[in-house]
Every structure is written in structure tokens, then in C-alpha cells.
Design a protein around this ligand. Structure first.
Ligand code: CA
Length: 225
């Protein structure tokens, strides 16, 4: 697995580089968008971690440019909490995911694993956590031999939870990613879908729980039995 990091905040870039190298990934690190573009178009990477505000060429322009060159490498944007609009633009420009700064090591590694896996390590296109498996092609959630089909929004919520299990995903993040920044969706829309998902987890007899955290967001908790 070879990963390209494009981030001008040198201390952050170097910290992420060190974490990924320790996990046996091959890592190249560059500090501006122009170098990022030159490296990315070599098409040797399995994943690109891309900052948005970058010198010489910003991250979104770089992303658009590499997609125009036919580079389909998964891209995870590294965004500041204030760059909500850029996240949405980024997903429109062909980013696959985003990670909001500051992030912790566990969250980073979970997302990196999910994105590199998507490129081909597990051909079945499944996400798994504890006793459940989510099929990303058929939207089926299964536990052992029991299986339920998820609706489109339920699927996206479950997918976001399973990308970074145990990390709290805020209601704002769900709304931005599922309904879009301009949408009228409210927090209680999320609550409704979370309650559907809890029922479906019960229906397949999974021990996993979707926990609410202080009104901020939700996370998955594994089976404690
Ligand atoms: Ca930056």
C-alpha cells in the first residue's frame, strides 16, 4: 500500500507520515499542491490524503486536475472544521471521504483502512465491525445468517459509523454528508433513521449498539456479552 500525503502544515504532515509508516504503509509526503499533482499523476498510489488550503495549487484544484487526467486513486480530504463548504465541493470534485482536523490516530487509521480496502483488498466490497457486515453493493446488513436490507439513508449512516467505529460522528457530519450542506434536514431526521437502524440491528440479533453521545452525535459500541 502506497500513500501520498499533501499537507503544508509540516508538523501535521510529518506526524501523519510517521503514524502510517509505523503501520507498514509506504508513504510519500509533499507540502504543496503543485508537487502533489506531479506525484499523484504518476498513478502509483493506493490513497491520497489531501489538505485543501495549500500553496501553489489548492487541494480542490489539484483534485479536479488529477481526476481530469484519469487518476482514480481514492482521495481523503483533510479539512478544518470551518471548511464545511469545501468538504461538499470536495466530494463533488471527486473526493472519496474527508477527515476533519484535528483527528486522532485511531480515526485516521480506520478511514485509511476503509479506503484502501475499497480499492481492492477485499473484492466483496464489505465493511465489517464486530458481529456485523455491511455489503456496500447490495446495502445488506448481516449478522451471522440473518440479514436485512437498508434504505439509502440508513445505509449511508451505517457506512459512516462503520468507517470509524467507536469514534463519535456528529449530527452535523451526518447531515452534511447525507443531505448536503444546503439541505433543510434537521437533527431529528437523523434520530429517526438511527431508530430505524437500531430496530434493524435488533432484527438481525446483533449485539452492537448505536450509542448517543451527549446530544453531539453517535458511535458504534461492540457486543459486550
Ligand atoms: Ca493547509
Amino acid at each position: 500500500m502506497r500513500i501520498l500525503i499533501v499537507e503544508d502544515e509540516v508538523s501535521l504532515a510529518d506526524a501523519v507520515t510517521a503514524i502510517l509508516k509505523k503501520e507498514q504503509y509506504f508513504v510519500d509526503t509533499v507540502y504543496d499542491g503543485k508537487d502533489g499533482y506531479d506525484y499523484a499523476v504518476s498513478d502509483i498510489y493506493d490513497l491520497i490524503l489531501l489538505d485543501i488550503m495549500l500553496p501553489r495549487m489548492n487541494g480542490l484544484d489539484m483534485l479536479k486536475a488529477i481526476r481530469e487526467q484519469g487518476i482514480s486513486t481514492p482521495v481523503m480530504l483533510l479539512t478544518a472544521r470551518t471548511e464545511v463548504n469545501d468538504k461538499i465541493k470536495g466530494l463533488d470534485c471527486g473526493a472519496d471521504d474527508y477527515l476533519t482536523k484535528p483527528f486522532n490516530k485511531g480515526e485516521l487509521l480506520a478511514r485509511v483502512r476503509a479506503l484502501t480496502r475499497r480499492k481492492g483488498e477485499i473484492p466483496t466490497n464489505e465493511l465489517s465491525f464486530d458481529d456485523i457486515v455491511l455489503n456496500q453493493s447490495t446495502y445488506e446488513l448481516s449478522c451471522g445468517s440473518l440479514c436485512v436490507k437498508l434504505g439509502a439513508k440508513e445505509f449511508k449512516i451505517m457506512q459512516m459509523l462503520m468507517f470509524a467505529p467507536k469514534n463519535i460522528i456528529s449530527k452535523d457530519e451526518f447531515i452534511e454528508k447525507i443531505w448536503g450542506y444546503e439541505s433543510e434536514a434537521e437533527y431529528n431526521s437523523i434520530e429517526v433513521y438511527i431508530s430505524f437502524l437500531r430496530k434493524k440491528l435488533g432484527a438481525i440479533k446483533s449485539g452492537i449498539q448505536i450509542k448517543a453521545s451527549r446530544g453531539v452525535g453517535y458511535y458504534l459500541e461492540e457486543n459486550k456479552e
